[in-house]
Write a protein that binds this ligand. Structure first.
Ligand SMILES: [Zn+2]
Length: 229
């Protein structure tokens, strides 16, 4: 039976760009926009704040666009500071390229897994609810309750099979098959449910509107003390 896992964003990713005030280089969007109309021309920006010094920067969304060519619904969402719109825009590669920013998704996602299926092998379909770059090795380790070293070993032994490169980063859906290791592994590899560590880790945002952000916990240290390479 095919199992379905989903990589789910839990809050907005950190926006990586240079801060003109401090050396931090990490910014958070909180869903605020600024819209400026000059006659019939419209500018709109997504506001982001430096997590270290609080300085505000603007990401260009619309630049001198004729107001008539802007969808009314988009205008409403900009004026209402729609947080879901901020998430959509940060997911847009065109917006990122235009503003020369990158995203850091660390601590801003979780892996949702269901009950494990077959006893002798696991056929898993992994879906990405947002374009979050993650190494499959990491997802498989989290979802199966293994260390990454154990997953690496299973890959070398040909017991994890996939069409994607399991050690490279992916942000699109893929499937893999995990064959039951000879002699068995202890731990929940063929049983039990685990929540991904992505969402468990510290979240710096105060963002509550994207897929149940847990950012109220932003001061809680990760329970996972294992060193990650
Ligand atoms: Zn700063």
């Amino acid at each position: 039976m095919l199992e379905n896992w989903v990589v789910v964003p839990t809050c907005l990713p950190v926006v990586l760009r240079r801060c003109h005030v401090c050396p931090s280089g990490r910014f958070r969007a909180n869903g605020k926009f600024r819209v400026n109309a000059n006659h019939k021309l419209l500018d709109a920006w997504l506001l982001v704040r430096c997590v270290a010094c609080g300085d505000t920067a603007k990401l260009t969304i619309l630049e001198r666009v004729n107001v008539r060519s802007v969808r009314p619904r988009l205008l409403v969402r900009l004026h209402e500071n729609d947080p879901a719109l901020a998430a959509e825009l940060l997911a847009d590669p065109v917006v990122l390229r235009r503003n020369r920013v990158a995203l850091d998704w660390e601590g801003a996602w979780r892996l949702s897994t269901g009950a494990p299926g077959h006893q002798d092998f696991r056929d898993v379909s992994v879906r990405f609810a947002a374009r979050i770059p993650v190494r499959p090795v990491r997802l498989i380790a989290e979802g199966c309750g293994l260390s990454r070293a154990e997953v690496e070993r299973l890959i070398e032994e040909g017991k994890v099979v996939s069409a994607v490169r399991l050690r490279g980063k992916v942000s699109g859906d893929f499937t893999f098959t995990l064959k039951r290791p000879q002699g068995g592994l202890h731990g929940p590899v063929f049983g039990g449910e685990r929540r991904g560590e992505g969402g468990r880790r510290r979240c710096e945002s105060h963002f509550h509107n994207v897929e149940g952000c847990e950012s109220g916990f932003h001061n809680i240290r990760s329970r996972n003390t294992r060193k990650r390479p």
